[in-house]
Design a protein around this ligand. Structure first.
Ligand code: GLN
Length: 581
């Protein structure tokens, strides 16, 4: 039997061969190519940013790209992870709760992703165990190799086939050498062997240290880290050297020499002010062309498309770099110690900032320290207030004070998910006079549960898996601010991740007192966007959704854009400054 036959006898008994290589339907071997991105020395190198920037460059050239993030942990998804440890939970349209890197891919590729673009060891193992119970392995003992690795390869090929990708970008989480990554690395090694030459390109991100005491760049940690990759049988094709300052030629030479990777493919990827400049930096370093050569796909490039995309992106980047006005946005929340917990909010505001020519500064407010007496002082220099999503009672009364301050002083307000619910509670208490208005999340037996568990969810017990997740349609009410912001669209789509909602019983009273629910579920009585009339407040909007998740660099999310525009107007309002004097 030839090597070829041996490798691709699909669906055969695994008793007869050591290969376990199930092939998904529609898979075109030789057509689908792979770029595998791994990291050494430390995590947090920005593999996601690198990988998505490179994927963007190929997408710009007219190629179909499909990213996948492979996480080492055994959780099935990111839903139960603490944002303090892992950054925000990024929800996809199909409801999959994923790592924040998926947000980076969606934003840079301007592409909606789904569960096929994300996997964890937990998912891989569950699939293997399920197959075992169903008798899928034909009398064999189930092993790490070939079955677990086979499942990983299957995932990659399924993604390739389903999206008809020219190039699948595989980002392996963590660093080479982590126990959790062994199945992924081994699977990618096998994939490269099975797919043959010019099919899989390995890119390693590493870190070049520059200890202050020495004042020079040291490459040893990078060399050792890459060696670790070679130990598992993977020779890198491209090495991206992360560092705080441009990596010196001597250091690159050393790395090149120790790894057999030619100098033109050992590039510096030092820190930059804006991640949006990275696609251009990669292009200047020639990495996109190297990848096309390594994968032998120069002939798939559409030059006209590339030129156009490049111009569009460059004009966006130039707008970032221009000197601009400043606005200060207060973000209140529990995880103020860690910006990653609010990554998408920062990004969504940034997108608006570029469009409006302003620089958005964030002021992080710990609401456990806010009360009626100090709120005005704490928020005095802010031009807009965001109360973001969150869970649990801690700091909620402080949030209500912030919302009251925003409402009474006409400071632009944007409430996101929990911030929407808190705005309803504040309005119920302080405007409608509904005594003891609260959410049953914070006070189980409160007198007036204006926010309560979803009616259709009440039957479901337990915490895990009972959230309302993913993209849902929202029907907008004509004549409202939301309707105007979305260019008179009747139905829009937003992403959700919540368990509680407005109790429909209170809607009439809230509306009679001036709160408008401008966005609702098309069929059920689920309130999804609220607003106050612009006659009483320049911008007071809340949404049960997470609009920050669907903002894109060249298409800022309308609720954020309206908010930032109002904040800019507020910062320039002369009458307010006179009053303050
Ligand atoms: N804790 C609230 C709920 O479960 C809000 C959730 C959120 O902000 N993501 O409904």
């Amino acid at each position: 039997m030839s090597n070829e036959e041996l490798l691709f006898r699909i669906g055969q008994s695994t008793e007869e061969t050591e290969f376990y290589t199930p092939m998904p339907e529609g898979y075109r071997r030789g057509h689908h190519k792979y770029v595998v991105v791994v990291g050494t020395v430390m995590s947090g190198l920005g593999k996601g940013i690198f990988s998505s920037s490179l994927a963007k460059l190929l997408q710009d050239k007219g190629l179909r790209v499909a990213p996948i993030k492979m996480e080492g942990y055994y959780n099935i998804d990111s839903g139960t992870l603490n944002p303090y440890r892992h950054g925000e939970v990024f929800v996809l349209d199909d409801g999959m709760e994923t790592d924040m890197d998926l947000g980076t891919y969606e934003r840079l590729l301007d592409q909606d992703l789904n569960a096929a673009n994300f996997t964890t060891n937990g998912q891989i193992l569950s699939a293997v165990l399920k197959k075992e119970r169903e008798g899928g392995y034909l009398g064999r003992d189930v092993q790490f190799i070939p079955h677990v690795t086979g499942e990983v390869k299957l995932r990659l090929r399924e993604l390739a086939a389903r999206t008809n990708a020219d190039v699948v970008f595989v980002e392996v989480g963590g660093t080479v050498g982590d126990f959790e990554n062994q199945a992924y690395l081994e699977a990618c090694r096998q994939l490269a062997y099975e797919e043959g030459e010019n099919s899989v390109t390995f890119v390693v991100l590493t870190y070049v240290l520059e200890p202050g005491a020495l004042g020079e760049q040291k490459s040893k940690a990078a060399q050792l880290g890459i060696k670790r990759l070679m130990e598992v049988g993977i020779m890198p094709h491209i090495i991206a050297c992360r560092a705080s300052s441009p990596v010196k030629e001597k250091v690159r030479e050393k790395i090149s020499m120790y790894t057999n990777v030619p100098m033109r493919r050992v590039v510096t990827m030092h820190d930059v002010d804006s991640i949006y400049t990275i696609p251009d930096a990669l292009r200047t370093a020639g990495i996109d062309r190297e990848v096309l050569t390594l994968l032998n796909i120069h002939d798939r490039v559409d030059q006209g498309k590339d030129d156009q995309a490049r111009l569009k992106w460059r004009s966006f980047v130039e707008r970032i770099e221009k000197p601009r006005k400043d606005i200060n946005i207060a973000v209140t929340g529990k995880y103020t110690a860690l910006r990653d917990a609010y990554a998408s909010i920062i990004k969504a505001s940034e997108h608006c900032g570029v469009q409006l020519g302003v620089n958005v500064n964030f002021k992080w407010i710990d609401t456990t320290l806010i009360d009626a007496a100090n709120v005005a002082k704490r928020l005095a220099d802010c031009h807009g207030i965001i109360v973001p999503g969150g869970f649990g009672v801690r700091g909620t009364e402080g949030k209500i004070e912030c919302i009251r301050y925003a409402r009474e002083n006409k400071v632009p307000y944007l409430g996101l998910c929990l911030g929407f619910q808190m705005a309803v509670i504040e309005f119920a208490r302080n405007v409608c006079g509904i005594e003891g208005a609260n959410s049953t999340e914070f006070e189980k037996n409160c007198k007036n549960p204006v926010i309560d568990i979803l009616p259709e969810q009440k039957k479901i017990e337990g915490l895990g898996g009972n959230m309302r997740l993913g993209g849902k349609d929202v029907e907008l009410k004509p004549g409202t601010l939301a309707f105007q912001l979305f260019d008179s669209a009747r139905t829009i789509r937003l992403r959700f991740r919540h368990r509680y909602e407005v109790d429909p019983q209170y809607v009439k009273t809230l509306e009679e007192h001036g709160m408008t629910f401008s966005g609702k579920h098309p069929k059920q009585p689920i309130m999804q966007i609220l607003e106050l009339s612009q006659e009483v407040h320049p911008y007071f909007v809340g949404t049960q959704a997470h609009p920050e998740l669907t903002s894109r660099p060249l298409r800022p999310q309308p609720l954020f854009l309206g908010f930032c525009r109002a904040a800019l107007a507020y910062s320039q309002d002369k009458s307010r400054q006179v009053q303050a004097v």
